[in-house]
Design a protein. Structure first.
Length: 185
């Protein structure tokens, strides 16, 4: 797997952006954006979840394991399949570190305190994923229209076709153009 430093976002929720940290999941060479504890910390920081404590190799392994379990459960849910017991255990394990949100007393506006640990940050992501999967917004979850992409996103409009118009949308438009050009020759 190749490493990247730019994180994909815009999928509608931080937990969906976590799923997007493994690009090309269905291709021969997936690209993992979470290749070190420092990159996990940076990703968490960009999503307002940077822990006050250290981020370790074990946290990185836990983040990747949670990411893949949540992806399998979400993709299966979109196909009407029940979650595998191992994925349920992984998500439940992450949720075990969940803590109630507390207001940051030093913030000038309403803001929650930072998670104390990476495990607590991952628990917040797992909580959001479960709430989306069992709540009213479940109907807004969509899989990317590019069958080589594993992207999942929230679509409140019902009109969005791809997780990213700039990548997947362009790739499919180029394929369609080449197909039309080839068939007219």
């Amino acid at each position: 797997m190749r490493a990247v430093t730019k994180f994909r976002s815009g999928n509608g929720a931080p937990w969906l952006d976590l799923l997007a940290t493994l690009g090309g999941r269905y291709r021969a060479r997936p690209v993992d954006a979470l290749t070190s504890p420092a990159l996990l910390r940076e990703w968490l920081r960009q999503h307002g979840l940077e822990p006050s404590g250290a981020v370790t190799e074990d946290d990185l392994a836990a983040a990747r394991e949670l990411r893949e379990a949540v992806h399998r459960v979400t993709a299966g849910s979109l196909r009407g399949e029940p979650p595998a017991p191992a994925d349920r255990r992984t998500i439940a394990g992450a949720l075990a570190a969940d803590q109630p949100l507390r207001l940051n007393p030093r913030a000038p506006e309403i803001a929650v305190t930072r998670p104390a640990t990476a495990a607590e940050a991952l628990a917040r992501l797992a909580r959001d994923a479960v709430q989306h999967l069992v709540g009213e917004r479940r109907a807004q979850l969509q899989a990317c229209g590019d069958d080589t992409c594993s992207g999942i996103f929230l679509d409140a409009t019902g009109r969005r076709r791809w997780c990213s118009d700039q990548t997947c949308g362009n790739r499919l438009r180029v394929r369609a153009h080449r197909s039309r050009a080839h068939s007219s020759s």
